[in-house]
Ligand binder design. Structure first.
Ligand code: ADP
Ligand code: MG
Ligand code: MG
Length: 497
């Protein structure tokens, strides 16, 4: 029997109760937490009074050692690839601009139009910082077949759970060392639980961008959502920047920046301080780091798009720039799979072949002069997912819902959608999932591995980039989407098998 079908190992209810107590207590003690849920009647208090532990899995998830290593190694090639795409204005204009996706998708259009406007005004291109997460599923179409690793998507904006993923790996290590998991599996020993240095890794990317900007007492600006509950994931990064790099961070929403942000004649980005020191009217910003801005709802009005453009008009490094956000479009992911396209960006010696091997087939829903792309999507619906140009989960159309969806979709809107073969993770893996307020559930699950990386780059100079740790999110097998924030999944880590 493989590690997958025998996972998790058998434990008694008493042992599970003890693991639950140890895991949740560790989580609450180590910032593996969220702000509590809120409602319209009971909104979040402006000053937090309590937190809940993040949803978590009691056992780490088995991942073949070689595939885990490969995912980490691939990240550097992906960092370079997406940096080069973001620098290829002609390519992005063709795919995401007018005549491409921007004509049929309002959100992509708003981002691309803002970027084009800056270029038309002659604003110099920014220093780009990408904080990326490349997501994968294990792929095993039939049981007994060799397991491979296939990419779900590549994220270039507001990737989350970097810091919490380091904590959850630490929690599993603690459970392993403090209880030996009651001796229920020889696999659950520390040497099979790889270290995860995400907090340090991601902070390093931001600190490099800050140093490249060159003014040491400037602040990094985190642009945040007004009702963000995943604040501790962001705060841990903030504290790391302060404690290990001496860098101060300001947090603001788009709405606040609408009045607080301005640009000096030398294009320094200035933000009115929340709690000014004597004689301080503004702080200079070295890096704008978005933990919002990836979905239409993040822009409450046209003024927020104008604020986004204002921030990018400045000299501050942009994490991500509009170009880099557009490079992360699902459409770009599909176009890269076409013959020769990836190879325009990445040489064989830079790992192009391994990158290509990590993909499943994708195509454009509007492919072919006679609707061939849509026809194939309908014909093979049961093996497919359709994706629009959106981030943040909950936007895709799966399997049996595809034919009806395609039938009602206006033909010209097909260009905003891609079809992708479903990745088929090993079946029969189980997990014990613990969610604050909902208790513990045992379920058959699917786990998605994410690898973090960053890239700092500017036209004409070599890309500086690093891999920066990893993440596992686990969800019940019968749920199509795996968003942790959206309430579908839990945070997890790996046990190498
Ligand atoms: P988003 O940017 O909204 O996160 P994703 O491409 O990650 O969009 O899709 C959301 C979820 O849908 C993934 O986390 C995964 O659970 C599922 N999914 C997406 N693509 C595939 C695929 N090709 N095969 C299987 N599941 C997929
Ligand atoms: Mg995404
Ligand atoms: Mg995703």
């Amino acid at each position: 029997m493989s590690a997958f079908t025998a996972w998790p190992p058998d434990v008694t209810t008493e042992q599970l109760d003890q693991l639950t107590l140890l895991a949740t207590t560790w989580a609450l003690s180590h910032s593996l937490i969220y702000l509590p849920p809120f409602t319209l009647d009971k909104p979040l208090p402006p000053v937090p009074e309590s937190a809940i532990h993040a949803p978590l899995s009691l056992f780490p998830t088995p991942v073949p050692r070689q595939l885990f290593k490969r995912a980490l190694a691939l990240q550097r090639a992906y960092n370079t690839l997406y940096a080069r795409i973001a620098l290829d204005t002609a390519f992005l204009d063709e795919i995401m601009g007018s005549g491409g996706v921007a004509d049929v998708d309002n959100f992509s259009s708003a981002l691309w139009t803002a970027w084009k406007q800056l270029r038309d005004e002659g604003v110099p291109p920014p220093l780009h910082l990408g904080i990326f997460r490349s997501d994968y599923l294990l792929h095993q179409p039939t049981s007994g077949e060799r397991i491979t690793l296939k990419q779900v998507e590549f994220n270039t904006i507001s990737v989350s759970f970097g810091c919490l993923s380091q904590q959850v790996a630490g929690m599993h290590r603690y459970l392993s060392e403090s209880t030996s998991y009651f001796g229920v599996s020889p696999l659950l020993s520390s040497e099979n639980l790889p270290p995860n240095d995400t907090i340090n890794g991601l902070a390093k990317g931001l600190a490099e961008a800050h140093r490249a900007y060159g003014i040491s007492n400037a602040h990094i600006l985190i642009v945040v959502q007004p009702d963000e509950r995943n604040v501790f994931d962001q705060r841990l990064l903030e504290y790391q920047l302060f404690e290990c790099h001496g860098i101060h961070v300001s947090r603001r929403t788009f709405t606040e920046l609408g009045t607080a942000a301005s640009i000096s004649p030398s294009r320094a980005l200035l933000v009115a301080p929340a709690s000014p020191k004597p004689n301080e009217t503004s702080v200079e910003i070295s890096v704008v780091y978005y933990r919002t801005g990836y979905a239409p709802v993040d822009y409450a009005s046209p003024a927020d798009y104008a604020t986004r453009a204002l921030l990018e008009r400045s000299r501050a490094a942009q994490c991500p720039s509009l170009a880099l956000q557009l490079a992360g479009g699902k459409k770009v992911q599909e176009v890269l799979t076409r013959p020769g396209v990836l190879e325009r960006f990445l040489a064989p010696s830079e790992g192009a072949e391994s990158v290509r091997e990590s993909w499943v087939r994708m195509w454009a829903l509007d492919e072919g002069p006679d609707g061939e792309g849509a026809d194939e999507a309908v014909r093979r619906a049961r093996e497919l997912v359709l994706k629009p140009q959106r981030e943040g989960g909950g936007n895709n159309i799966y399997r049996d819902k595809i034919p009806q969806f395609v039938a009602q979709l206006p033909e010209r809107e097909r260009a905003a959608w891609i079809a992708m073969e479903l990745i088929r993770p090993p079946r029969g893996v189980g997990a014990h999932l613990v969610r604050s307020g909902a208790g513990r559930v045992s379920a058959s699950v699917v786990s998605e591995l994410g690898v973090f990386g960053w890239a700092l780059f500017v036209e004409g100079r070599e890309v500086k980039e690093e891999q920066a740790g990893w993440l596992v999110r686990t969800k019940a097998e019968d749920v199509d989407e795996g968003g942790v924030a959206a309430g579908f999944g839990v945070l997890d880590s790996v046990v190498l098998v």
